[in-house]
Structures are given as structure tokens and as C-alpha cells.
Design a protein around this ligand. Structure first.
Ligand SMILES: O=C(O)CCC(=O)C(=O)O
Ligand SMILES: [Fe+2]
Length: 300
């Protein structure tokens, strides 16, 4: 592995570059005006963009984050998120009521966010995406019939030692949250789901985004939801993610204020368990494209 490559990303199990994943400073994003289209078309697998927020902007958000009452969060075994994630509301029994709840919470959180957290996160994301959207307008989608918008992102805290996020890809979730996706399908094209997130507080160690050299097109299953090591290929063979003969992987470690945009719909990936004294905090969501592919939406 040459020195430059070692500097820009920690790569395990392989010296080859198997995913096209440029690491660039935010000032160079304008060199990729078709970046999102390139991800849609599989030409680029993702970007690590350094310094989309300054470290002090990230710190300011985190400082306010700690003031939020715990009762406002959605809790899961490995952490907590705010505001409510769209995917989780639609798995519940009363989708109508829960959806209203989602929109109300999204508005309550994001309407005051710039003033309360000192950074207009939604505007910054729009700015980044617009530089890479081939001139297509970028926005948070609106609810079908009402004048309300989706949440642009969730803030996500991952507790140290609680497992991170088990291996998954967006299309795998699509099968699980079908009600949610049929709803979203009304506004946009969900086949091309792209993931994005900004690192607000990296843990001391661990917490990397590991991307595998495995796509949903030939691997669609794992044995159980909590499985974090083995996938089942379409031909029935078992892929052991810890075995370098089976699969190549790359660990990405964004610093505070760095953003990752990647083809999380197709690429199997996981968030490693954070280690040390600091929980991992990110803000992120997804990006999809309108049916005519003329608009870019981001939401969470
Ligand atoms: O680190 C995060 O916030 C989420 C990582 C992930 O699984 C994704 O962006 O799809
Ligand atoms: Fe993901």
C-alpha cells in the first residue's frame, strides 16, 4: 500500500482499490458536478468529503445535542436517534397516526434547528448535494397532500460497546420496511437509495464505516437480523465477512465535520462498535431521485 493511500483510508484484507471512493476536501467538491449521477450509475461508489462542517460547527451541534431531554429520542439497543426516523414509524400498527407524529416531530425539530444548534445543517446539506447534482434541484420531499416536509436527517448516537449497526444495505431494508417504501415511492424513486451522514463526534477508536466488496445484486440475505458476520449469496453459498479469502473490505473513518455519501442501497456495509470514552454521533439520512430523475431528494 503506498503512503498516500494509507493516509486517506485504512484498507484491510487487500492492497487493491476495489471501490471507487474518492476522498476530497469540501473545497474540491465542484470537481464532481455529476457526483450523484456517478453514484446512481455505479461509476463512483461513494465520497468522503472532508470538512463539510468545521470542527467548531460540529462541536456546537454536539453541545446542544447533550441538552436534549432523553425522552425526546427513539431508543434502540445500540443507541438513540432524533427526531423520529421515517423507517421506524411505518413498521408500527397505526401508520396514519404514527406518520402524523413523524411529520410533527420533524417540523418541531428542524424549524428551530439553525437557531438552537447554531448551524443550518439542512441548508449545508442542500448546498453540498447541489454542487454534485448535475444541476438538478435538491430538496427535502413534501408529504403528498399536506404542506409539510420530511425530516432532512436524524441525529444518531451510537453507544460505546453496544455494537454499532449490523451489516446491511439499503435494499435489504427495503424488503423489511415495505410499507414505508411504498409511501415514499409516491414522491420519489427509491430504487437508487444513496446514504449520507456527517460525523459530529468520532469515538476514540472503532466506529468506522466498513464497506464490503459485495453488492445487493448477487447477495440479498443474511440468516438473522442480528447476524453481523455472514451473508448468504443468491447461489446459496455463505460469505464470511471476517475471511479475507471471501471478501475484501475497507474501513472509512471520517473525522469531525467530514461527510460520507455512498451507495448504501447496494453496497453491504456496517458501522463498527465504538470503543473508548466517547459515543459516536452522526447526522444523516438518505437521498433518492424523482421518478423522472430530474430532482434529488434527501430525507431521514
Ligand atoms: O453512521 C451512520 O450514521 C449511518 C451509517 C449507515 O449505515 C448509512 O449511512 O447507511
Ligand atoms: Fe446504512
Amino acid at each position: 500500500m503506498n503512503k498516500l493511500k494509507a493516509n486517506i483510508c485504512q484498507e484491510e484484507f487487500s492492497d487493491e482499490t476495489f471501490l471507487n471512493f474518492p476522498h476530497i476536501p469540501y473545497s474540491q467538491v465542484n470537481q464532481y458536478p455529476d457526483g450523484l449521477k456517478d453514484i446512481q450509475e455505479g461509476k463512483i461508489h461513494g465520497f468522503l468529503i472532508r470538512g463539510v462542517l468545521t470542527p467548531s460547527e460540529a462541536d456546537t451541534i454536539v453541545k446542544e445535542f447533550w441538552k436534549i431531554d432523553d425522552s425526546q429520542f427513539d431508543h434502540n439497543p445500540s443507541g438513540r436517534t432524533i427526531p423520529k426516523a421515517f423507517a421506524t414509524v411505518t413498521t408500527m400498527n397505526e401508520p396514519g397516526v404514527q406518520l402524523d407524529n413523524y411529520f410533527v416531530r420533524a417540523a418541531a425539530f428542524w424549524d428551530v434547528f439553525p437557531e438552537r444548534f447554531g448551524v443550518d445543517f439542512k441548508a449545508r446539506m442542500k448546498e453540498v448535494f447541489e454542487k454534485m447534482s448535475s444541476g438538478r434541484p435538491v430538496d427535502v420531499p413534501r408529504e403528498h397532500n399536506q404542506n409539510i416536509t420530511f425530516s432532512p436527517a436524524q441525529l444518531r448516537e451510537f453507544y460505546v460497546g453496544k455494537g454499532g449497526i449490523y451489516v446491511h444495505c439499503g435494499k435489504f431494508f427495503r424488503d423489511r420496511f415495505s410499507k414505508f417504501y411504498s409511501y415514499l415511492d409516491g414522491v420519489s424513486l427509491v430504487e437508487e437509495q444513496v446514504s449520507y451522514f456527517v460525523m459530529l463526534q468520532p469515538p476514540d477508536q472503532g466506529g468506522e464505516l466498513t464497506v464490503y466488496d459485495i453488492l445487493y445484486s448477487n447477495v440479498k440475505r443474511k440468516e438473522a437480523e442480528w447476524e453481523n458476520r455472514k451473508l448468504i449469496a443468491d447461489d446459496g453459498s455463505i460469505i464470511d465477512l471476517e475471511n479475507p479469502q471471501n471478501v475484501r473490505r475497507r474501513k472509512l473513518r471520517p473525522d469531525k465535520g467530514d461527510m460520507i455519501i455512498f451507495d448504501g442501497g447496494n453496497i453491504w456495509h456496517r458501522v463498527e462498535d465504538p470503543v473508548g470514552t466517547k459515543n459516536r454521533i452522526t447526522a444523516g439520512g438518505f437521498m433518492t431521485f424523482s421518478h423522472d430523475n430530474q430532482k434529488v431528494y434527501f430525507w431521514g
